[in-house]
Design a binder for this molecule. Structure first.
Ligand code: ADP
Ligand code: S3P
Ligand code: MG
Length: 435
């Protein structure tokens, strides 16, 4: 006999799931002796496994892709929202009976609420027509939506009471205020894509991407660039998990406790992000990166070193074939680095010159602008001529004037590096929650 209450998640491939973290934080906060496990198995096994969970006294199960519809035929009862959504993400076993619920839909609803978005009387575009899309529709209907259009790659094959249209016809819906991505386009590991072009994001009132890995998809970055309010799917994920716990344990988790658990989850997710250092050549990025990597025990990636390795020659040698040649290699290197987790990345000063690089740095990175006065930089790098673009002071000043605004705009945090370098490092560690 186990002395812990059992819960878990079923699906086909679960290795990257964040759910155990969420539920374990909930157990800690509520003092519940619970255990949340991952159960991967094939479709043919669903019926047997559900019976087995019931037999061994499992209290509740979450269901993820691709079994949210499959489980329905093996459940004794389904709740009202499941009838309209047609998918189950939560099963409760009690008194020999299993009941299916959908808490994704509540996670979606709470995302609108926390972002102060009014859905009532609004027109909404939904990208994708799968299970998640149905949960979004149920939620929007509940909140009094005025109109919905579903955008699909194969509009003719979709059955819905709402309008279904193709991506080519998105221009017809410019007056729709809210835009939601329920497709997996942009999700790790293929992150450098967006389901739609930037021009379709400008001017909307709210953009919601159900994806939470990477934390800033390209789709969301288009929104941020254009000053459009937006959210990724992390809040939805945490809320659906906690709503499942409410059902299983027959409790209501107070808003303060929800906030506390979400903040812990967000901190955990943020600590998986890369620390990306940007700034002028000679501002201290490589030096700071090296020291921090030692202090935090995190892997260090110096882009210039990677570029040299890739090209098989020094930066100065690469520049002899032109700046474009250097920038092409730099772009490739930054794309590779964007797939990393928990690394410290010192970029070259010109990394911000290509917009593509800015996307790469932001997918899964927190960006720190290391700001140091030009005079100090000039003194530091005297007699050190491995920087072909800043051999003369005028060049350095010119570069600074060209780039300062971009560094400021791109960064999440501006870090002053005009004092002691240890203080600079402490400022970054503070933002990272490490001191
Ligand atoms: N706060 C600081 N105080 C003293 N020297 C600094 C400071 N920040 C950077 N430096 C020095 O400036 C020089 C250039 O730094 P580096 O890390 O190579 O810059 P980057 O990688 O940004 O080009 C190094 O000699 C470094 O020690
Ligand atoms: O500012 C730039 O355009 C450059 C900065 C250098 O890196 P540091 O910033 O580490 O000096 C290096 O990538 C290359 O010389 C180009
Ligand atoms: Mg450097």
């Amino acid at each position: 006999m186990k002395n812990k209450f059992n819960y878990g998640l079923i699906g086909k491939k679960l290795t990257h799931s964040f759910s155990p973290f969420i539920h374990n934080e909930f157990f800690k906060a509520q003092g519940i002796a619970g255990e949340y496990k991952l159960y991967e198995f094939d479709r043919d096994d669903i019926e047997n496994k559900l019976q087995y969970f019931d037999d061994i006294g499992v209290i509740g199960i979450n269901v993820t892709i691709p079994y949210k519809q499959d489980v329905m035929k093996f459940i004794d009862e389904i709740s009202e929202e499941v009838k309209s959504i047609g998918a189950v993400n939560t099963i409760k076993f009690k008194d020999g009976k299993s009941t299916g619920y959908n808490t994704d839909y509540l996670g979606i609803k709470e995302t609108f609420i926390i972002n102060n978005v009014t859905v009532k009387e609004k027109k909404v575009i939904i990208l994708g027509t799968g299970g998640a899309s149905k949960a979004v529709i149920a939620c929007l209907e509940d909140m009094g939506v005025r109109d919905i259009v579903l955008i699909s790659r194969n509009p003719d094959s979709v059955i819905s009471t709402y309008k279904v249209d193709s991506y080519e016809n998105l221009h017809r819906y410019n007056s729709y205020e809210i835009l939601i991505n329920t497709t997996p386009v942009g999700m790790f590991p293929i992150i450098d894509v967006s389901p739609i072009e930037e021009k379709y994001i400008k001017g909307r009132e709210f953009i919601f991407d159900l994806i939470y890995n990477p934390s800033r998809t390209r789709f969301l970055q288009y929104a941020m660039k254009n000053g459009v309010k937006c959210s990724n799917g992390l809040y939805m994920l945490v809320i659906q998990g906690l709503k499942s716990e409410e059902i299983w344990n027959e409790i209501i988790i107070p808003p303060d406790a929800v906030k506390e658990i979400f903040d812990i989850c967000l901190k955990e997710k943020n600590s998986e992000k890369n620390i990306v250092l940007i700034g002028m050549p000679g501002s201290g990025k490589s030096t700071i990166g090296r020291i921090m990597s030692g202090k935090l025990g995190l892997k260090l990636i110096d882009c210039d070193e990677m570029i040299e390795k890739k090209a098989g020659k020094s930066i100065s040698e690469i520049f002899k074939d032109g700046e474009d040649y250097f920038r092409n290699i730099e772009e490739e290197v930054l794309k590779e680095i964007s797939m990393e987790k928990r690394c410290i990345i010192s970029t070259g000063g010109g990394a911000i010159k290509r917009e593509e690089n800015i996307f790469s740095m932001k997918y899964n990175g927190t960006i720190y602008f290391i700001d140091r006065d030009v005079d100090k930089i000039y003194n530091d790098i005297q007699g050190n001529n491995h920087r072909p673009l800043v051999e003369k002071k005028e060049q350095l000043v010119k570069l600074y004037n060209e780039r300062k605004d971009i560094y400021e705009e791109v960064c999440d945090f501006l870090i002053d590096n005009n004092g002691n370098i240890d203080d600079t490092i402490n400022s970054i560690m503070r933002e990272e929650g490490k001191v």
